[in-house]
Design a protein around this ligand. Structure first.
Ligand code: DGL
Length: 267
């Protein structure tokens, strides 16, 4: 029987995980929920993120998902423990790659880019104190990205580009040599960050490692079934009536391997 995996994020950042999951586990079924109608989650209260995560999880369970991927650093940091204790389904999350960063930094200084919710969470503080290998972790938000990616356009691409310059300048002054991208929406600017970072910084983007871990944990060694994913096996839902941003991403990132986006009003 096909495994049915549910994936959710505050919006379309988690599509990067879906893309890698499809590649790594092409014979699984996927249901992706983008909560774009309520994004950004980064500045919401913990209670609100929990409420949205539960509503979406309930929806994905009704759709038949046996495992859920919380493709959002903010929701993982704030509520994965709660979700794991409330539901019998298996939950996977994505969170800032503190441990790998602690292992690669040579200067002993790490820059963590993430949302306010992630940076203020107890879970990330514990991660830093347990796994940063004694390195100093400088935490920064990357403002405007989520709004731009979700189509809110309160900021332009040029503004984001100069924000990246500012961030890198700040990191240079603090002797930082390793940067963690701790929000799935920031992945949309990975190439630009890499280009500007040159060989002065090591940039950690954890999506592929997270997907490898999920495949291993779900014992996915489906050698016979390796092939192309099809649009029949991947369904996409959103809470935003405006589907322009998600459709654009699907078109750019996926070659007809997802069904048409379905707007869901009552989640
Ligand atoms: N993509 C989410 C994350 O990884 C949250 C972005 C937001 O909605 O603020 O943290």
């Amino acid at each position: 029987m096909l495994k049915h995996i549910g994936i959710f994020d505050s919006g379309i950042g988690g599509l990067w995980l879906l893309l890698e999951l499809q590649k790594k586990m092409p014979s699984c079924e996927f249901s992706y929920f983008a909560d774009s109608g309520y994004a950004p989650w980064g500045a919401l209260s913990k209670a609100r993120v929990l409420e949205r995560s539960e509503a979406i999880t309930d929806f994905l369970i009704v759709k038949g998902c046996e495992s859920i991927v919380v493709a959002c650093n903010t929701a993982t940091s704030l509520c994965i423990e709660h979700l794991r204790s409330k539901y019998s389904q298996r939950f996977f999350g994505i969170e800032p790659a503190i441990k790998p960063a602690g292992l690669v930094t040579k200067t002993g200084s790490i820059g963590l880019l993430a949302t306010y919710g992630t940076l203020s969470s107890e879970r990330v503080h514990v991660l830093i104190s347990k796994y940063s290998e004694g390195a100093v972790v400088e935490c920064l938000n990357f403002p405007g990205v989520v709004e731009l990616i979700e189509g809110g356009k309160s900021i332009s691409r040029e503004d984001i580009s100069s924000t990246i310059d500012d961030i890198l300048d700040q990191f240079k002054k603090k002797n930082i040599d390793t940067i963690i991208l701790g929000c799935t929406h920031y992945r949309y600017f990975y190439e630009e960050i890499m280009q500007k970072a040159g060989n002065e910084f090591y940039v950690l983007e954890p999506v592929c490692d997270v997907v490898k871990h999920i495949a291993k944990k779900l014992s996915y060694f489906d050698i016979e079934n390796v092939g192309m994913p099809t649009s029949d096996s991947t369904r996409i839902y959103t809470s935003s009536i405006d589907t322009t941003a998600i459709n654009k991403s699907l078109e750019l990132m996926f070659a007809n391997t997802c069904a048409q986006v379905e707007y869901v009003a009552n989640v």
